[in-house]
Design a binder for this molecule. Structure first.
Ligand SMILES: [Zn+2]
Length: 195
C-alpha cells in the first residue's frame, strides 16, 4: 500500500470523514509545513496518551481529580449530569453554572446495545452515597435516548431523597447540547424542573 493510500484509509477512521474528505485532507497535509504536521500529530498523541477519566466526575482531564472537582469555589452539593465530556465544555462557556459535573459517556440506547451498565451510573450513585448532594440536574440531550436516560436516573435517585431536575426544553427536539447557543443553554439551565 502506498503511503498516500495508507493515510487516506486511516483518516477515514475518524467520524464524519468519508473517502472524499480523507483524500482532500491527505493532499492538504502534503502542502503543509513539515514542522506544523509534526505539531499536529504530537498534539493528537499527547492528548490521547495523557488525558484520563477523573475518578470522581469521569470527565477527561490531565489530572485526577480534575480541575473542576478540585475547585474550592464550586458548589459541591450540585451535580449536573451530561452525556459527553464535550457537553461540559459547552456548559462551562455559559459561565453561569457553578456546580460539579458527572459524565455518563453515552445514553441508554437499546438499538446501539447500550444499557445502564455501560454508562457511569454506578459511579454517580457511589458519589451520591458518599457525599452530601442537594440537587442533581440531568442535562442529557432532548432526544428519546436522553429522556429515557434521565427518567432512569431520576428513578434511582428519588428514593435517596435527592432533588432531581431536568433542564428546560429550550432546546429544539433532537438537537445536541453542543449545538445550542449560550443564551438558549443558560435559559434551559435556569428553567430546569423537578422530575
Ligand atoms: Zn472531576
Amino acid at each position: 500500500m502506498s503511503l498516500l493510500t495508507d493515510l487516506i484509509e486511516k483518516l477515514q477512521w475518524l467520524p464524519g470523514i468519508g473517502r472524499k474528505t480523507a483524500q482532500r485532507l491527505a493532499f492538504y497535509l502534503q502542502k503543509m509545513d513539515k514542522a506544523q504536521v509534526q505539531e499536529l500529530t504530537d498534539a493528537i498523541t499527547r492528548a490521547r496518551m495523557h488525558l484520563k477519566e477523573c475518578s470522581i466526575c469521569r470527565n477527561l482531564a490531565e489530572q485526577d481529580p480534575c480541575e473542576i472537582c478540585e475547585d474550592a469555589s464550586r458548589d459541591k452539593e450540585l451535580i449536573c449530569v451530561v452525556e459527553q465530556p464535550s457537553d461540559v465544555m459547552v456548559i462551562e462557556r455559559t459561565s453561569e453554572y457553578k456546580g460539579l459535573y458527572h459524565i455518563l459517556h453515552g445514553v441508554i440506547s437499546p438499538i446501539d446495545n447500550v444499557g445502564p451498565d455501560d454508562l457511569r451510573i454506578q459511579a454517580l450513585l457511589k458519589r451520591i452515597n458518599s457525599q452530601k448532594i442537594d440537587e442533581v440536574i440531568i442535562a442529557t440531550n432532548p432526544t428519546t435516548e436522553g429522556d429515557v436516560t434521565a427518567i432512569y436516573i431520576a428513578k434511582l435517585l428519588k428514593p435517596l431523597g435527592i432533588k432531581v431536575t431536568r433542564i428546560a426544553r429550550g432546546l429544539p427536539m433532537g438537537s445536541d447540547l453542543d449545538l445550542a447557543d449560550i443564551t438558549t443553554l443558560t435559559r434551559a439551565l435556569e428553567g430546569r424542573r423537578e422530575i
